[in-house]
Design a protein around this ligand. Structure first.
Ligand code: ZN
Length: 134
């Protein structure tokens, strides 16, 4: 298969591959840990296999890359030249995210989405998570 990705797409791809146990997710985990919260990771027993699961609080935390989950920030906006393939792929992610959230809601779970761009302002993110998980 020909590699017809732009450098930005390629690096987003690399970021995604790395992100399972490093990068934004790890940062959020450390943050929650420092707040004294205990959690499980990638819990397969829940819809969407949430990144971080706080069972006692019945809350699932997802750490989303802005590009991959179409955040309404500058990183989430697709360039005009984006191919149909990428539009479809990311559109599929967004649809799946919505389904997962509603499936969790139906069984009495709350979801908290942490966007990659929020990590730029850690204090603010900490405050938001503190409130959401109080
Ligand atoms: Zn964002």
């Amino acid at each position: 298969m020909a590699d017809n990705k732009t450098p930005a797409q390629r690096s987003a791809n690399m970021r995604k591959i790395r992100s399972a146990n490093t990068g934004p997710e790890l940062t959020v985990r450390k943050m929650l840990h420092a707040m004294g919260l205990r959690f499980r990771l990638h819990d397969k027993s829940l819809p969407g296999k949430p990144d971080i699961v706080l069972r006692r609080k019945k809350t699932a935390v997802f750490v989303h890359g802005c590009f991959w989950h179409s955040h309404k920030c500058s990183r989430g906006r697709l360039p005009k030249t984006t191919s149909a393939f990428w539009h479809e792929k990311i559109g599929g992610n967004v649809k799946r995210d919505r389904k997962v959230r509603s499936a969790l809601r139906k069984i009495g779970w709350r979801t908290v989405i942490v966007w990659q761009c929020e990590l730029k302002d850690r204090r603010r993110l900490e405050a938001r998570l503190g409130k959401a998980l109080a």
